[in-house]
Design a protein around this ligand. Sequence first.
Ligand code: AMP
Length: 277
Amino acid sequence: MHVISSISDMIETRNALKGSVGFVPTMGYLHRGHLSLVEAARKQTDNVVASIFVNPTQFGPNEDLDSYPRNFERDEKMAEEAGVDFIFYPDKQDMYPEGYASYVVPEGLDNHLCGAKRPGHFRGVMTIVLKLFNIIRPTDGYFGQKDIQQARILEQMVTDFHLPVRMHIEPIVRERDGLAMSSRNVYLNPDERKQSVCLSRAIRLVETRFRAGQRDTAVLLSEAEKEIQRQASSKIDYIELVDYHTLEPIHRITDRAVLACAVYFGHTRLIDNTILE
Ligand code: AMP
């Protein structure tokens, strides 16, 4: 495995690659969720590139950019073991040099869920992913359902800008007790960690009710809310049921839909979701 820090080296290396190129963008502090994307890329493509870059433009002014967990040596080892061929590990100054002035913005798909709660977040995400796509020119991009709004917005960007990238959305990888894996889980103290399981419990409850025939959004949301609110340290940021394609709220499930939520435990904000179809 090679670690490449300079943009020009990455472009040159990419130009010499033969066959398909699977790309897994990450912010590092890798866990099994990230590695599942690497595994999918490894199975389906000839070369696997993962990037590690804590992208400053997707963090709001009061968010956790400075405290975001980082451990490059650990990531390097995990990536190598998982079968990554190249890690692209660029510098902030190279990605956003002085005078940098261009951004990509979503239109509408960010009206709800995290888009409504984190203004400018998806502008940062779309911009960095387009930049990385231009440097790495992958044939295949791998993203997690864990960040369902991000995956949908990026899928739409690829369609709208005619980018020659096949997009793959991989299932959510969870801890044994159900908590969706996230680099941010390390922020939780032991008590918050215990309480955080209510997120996946609420999601499972909704899945069960949906399978039993319940299609009414208000009923499903109220059950999920109750389950989460039973935990003293939980504070719901949002919980919504939206159409899978438009990400607009729906009253009844008639087509592919997403139940998505963001919940604070202390200062830590966790997200989770499920696709109902
Ligand atoms: P991040 O480093 O948090 O920006 O995540 C990088 C990629 O890994 C994104 O496409 C995420 O959706 C994906 N990812 C993060 N957590 C998980 C998880 N628990 N299961 C599957 N994919 C995940």
